[in-house]
Design a protein around this ligand. Structure first.
Ligand code: HEC
Length: 159
C-alpha cells in the first residue's frame, strides 16, 4: 500500500495548486476538490440549500461592507478594475461573464445567469454548486443574514 501514498498526495497538491490560482484559498475548498460535480440549478432557479430566501432578510449595506472584506482580496468595486476576479462594480443585474477584458472560465462565461439579488443569494451560499467548474476559490457564506447584508452592499456599487 505504501507505494500509493506518494502519488496520491502529489496529485492532491497539484489539484489544490491548480484551483487556487496562486493565492491561498479559504479553508473549506480543499475538502470539495475533486468531488464529482452535480448538475447546477437552472439559471433562473434561486432555491438555496437550506431553503432560506432573500426576502426573509432586510439587508444592511453597512454590515455588508464588512462582509465584503472576504471578497476584496480578489474583487475590486471600481468600474474596470479586475483583479484575480472581475470587478463587482454594477454586478447586481449584470449578465454572468459580462465584464469586458476579464478572462472567465468557460463555466462562468457560459452560465447564462443574470446576477439578480436572489441569484446572488443562492450563488454566494455555495458558488461551486451554482457554477460547477468555476475558478472562484471561495467556499461560500453559510449565514443567510450575512449574504443578505452583502447583497445590499453590492447593490450600492453602480454609477
Ligand atoms: C480567491 C479569490 C476570490 C474570492 C475570495 C472571491 N471571488 Fe468571486 N470570483 C473570483 C474569480 C476568479 C471569478 C471568476 C470565476 C470564473 O471565471 O470561473 C469570480 C467570479 C465572481 C462572480 C461572477 C461574476 C461575473 O461577472 O459573472 C461573482 C458574482 C463573485 N465572484 C462574487 C464574489 C463575492 C461577493 C465574494 C465574497 C463573498 C467573492 N466573489 C469572493 C475570485 C474570487
Amino acid at each position: 500500500m505504501s507505494h500509493l501514498r506518494g502519488p496520491v498526495v502529489f496529485g492532491l497538491t497539484l489539484l489544490v495548486a491548480a484551483c487556487s490560482g496562486g493565492s491561498s484559498p479559504p479553508a473549506g475548498n480543499v475538502a470539495t476538490a475533486g468531488a464529482p460535480e452535480a448538475p447546477p440549478p437552472a439559471a433562473n432557479n434561486v432555491d438555496t440549500m437550506t431553503g432560506a430566501t432573500l426576502a426573509q432578510f432586510s439587508g444592511d449595506a453597512a454590515a455588508g461592507q464588512r462582509v465584503f472584506l472576504q471578497c476584496q482580496s480578489c474583487h475590486a468595486v471600481e468600474a474596470g478594475a479586475n483583479r484575480l476576479g472581475p470587478t463587482l462594480h454594477g454586478v447586481v443585474g449584470r449578465q454572468s461573464g459580462g465584464v469586458p477584458g476579464f478572462n472567465y472560465s468557460p463555466a462562468n462565461r457560459n452560465a447564462g445567469i443574470i446576477w439578480t439579488p436572489e441569484k446572488l443569494f443562492q450563488y454566494l451560499e455555495n458558488p461551486r454548486r451554482v457554477v460547477p467548474g468555476t475558478t472562484m476559490a471561495f467556499a461560500g457564506i453559510g449565514d443567510p443574514r450575512r449574504r443578505a447584508d452583502l447583497i445590499a452592499y453590492l447593490a450600492t456599487l453602480h454609477d
